[in-house]
Design a protein around this ligand. Structure first.
Ligand SMILES: Cc1ncc(COP(=O)(O)O)c(C=O)c1O
Length: 374
């Protein structure tokens, strides 16, 4: 198999992400401890937890979990249209269920690498939909120009990792209209949905409004539970949905029994957990803006609309890759350069979801002062 290494995941692994003292680029928000989650649990899910046996689980996902998931969507998404899986697995499954070698697709870029890499190694042709480099606006008007043949699939991730961009409702409708006109599928990565800073800007899930839409969501980025490895795919198209379900037989067969129940507990307390995460993100974004004022112009101004991450530019001759390596070596602080997204422009990702962000920023400031950059 000649799939290219996943640059971001390899980087985290090689830099020993989990032992780094300061994570400046994490895309998952602060997680809860197990005892805190159990203390929040409602009676029914706590009982399920206490009586849990560790056998195989229902391939499509625990019915109560799928019911709870379907409450996140409108009536178009019933529990029968939810497939529980690991988020990364969901991308793998969907690409294999939808694509054949030689298929034509469009991918919004920069993005999480598996959103294009799997299709690429399968032999698909990719047109890149890139945003305005200052506003990060993805212009739906450009989509027709990116088609190279019969369009099979359009892939995007809004709210967007790594820029925090979110199209307007009108732009979203234009995107759907374009896909419908071309009879193309949409794979919509909605891993950061519900983290809109202004909830009125929340877009519908593509799987709710588009008959050929497949949406991905999960517990990692919204709730801060990436260790559960629980997410889900939703789709209205029965044939496609069956293909997704059947493909899972070749990946994990069924999901982890304890993780499903813990996900159920988290989902049932979603308002509390998501509000808490958004409060941290909002405070940290303000701290980032204050930090940038120490030396105006050193970093580009970023105004994200949603999610846990931003993608500022370092306005300096110093290469961001070199700076990140030095920061890690000298301060045990991890910062991800844009090259790990196969992107240039001396940019880097900042993660806003962690409680120790102010401390991590103080270390970054000290580092920049030592290098006489501020
Ligand atoms: C946009 C996006 N999609 C999917 C994933 C995969 O999620 P998980 O790590 O929970 O499998 C990530 C993780 O960073 C992501 O940022």
């Amino acid at each position: 198999m000649n799939i290219r290494p996943f640059a971001l995941e390899r980087y985290f692994d090689e830099q020993e992400e989990l032992s780094a003292q300061y994570l400046l680029s994490a895309s998952d928000p602060e997680t809860l401890r197990m005892d805190a989650l159990l203390a929040l649990a409602d009676e029914e899910s706590f009982r399920l937890w206490r009586n849990l046996s560790l056998g195989y689980t229902e391939s499509q996902g625990h019915l109560l979990l799928r019911k709870e998931v379907s409450n996140l969507y409108n009536d178009a998404i019933t529990p029968e249209k939810v497939l529980v899986c690991t988020p990364e697995e969901g991308i793998f499954i969907a690409m294999h269920a939808l694509l054949n070698p030689g298929d034509d697709m469009i991918v919004a870029s920069p993005c999480y690498q598996s959103l294009y890499e799997i299709a690429r190694y399968m032999g698909c042709t990719i047109g890149w939909w890139v945003p305005n480099p200052v506003t990060w606006r993805f212009n739906p008007g450009e989509l027709p120009l990116l088609k190279q043949g019969t369009l099979k699939l359009l892939v995007f991730n809004f709210p967007h990792n790594p820029t925090g961009a979110l199209p307007s409702r009108r732009e979203f409708d234009e995107i759907i209209m374009f896909a419908r006109k071309n009879d193309a599928y949409i794979f919509s990565d909605e891993m950061y949905r519900f983290l809109e800073y202004d909830p009125s800007k929340r877009l519908p899930s593509v799987s709710e409004v588009y008959e050929k839409g497949i949406s991905l969501c999960g517990m990692s980025k919204i709730f801060g539970f990436p260790g559960l490895r629980i997410g889900w795919l939703t789709a209205q198209d029965k044939v496609v949905f069956q293909r997704l379900v059947r493909f899972k037989d070749y990946t994990t067969i069924c999901s982890s029994a304890p993780s499903e129940i813990l996900a159920l507990m988290g989902l049932r307390k979603r308002d509390l957990i998501v509000r808490h995460n958004l409060e941290i993100i909002e405070k940290n974004l303000n701290r980032w803006h204050e930090f940038c004022r120490i030396r105006p112009g050193l970093f580009s101004e970023e105004n994200p609309a949603a999610g846990t991450v931003i993608f500022p530019r370092l306005n300096s001759d110093i290469s961001i890759d070199e700076l990140c390596a030095d920061l890690h070596r000298t301060k045990n602080a991890l910062l991800v350069p844009a090259s790990k997204f196969h992107w240039g422009g001396n940019r880097f990702r900042i993660g806003l979801g962690r409680i120790n962000f102010p401390e991590a920023l103080a270390v970054f400031e000290e580092f920049l002062r030592e290098r006489q950059m501020i």
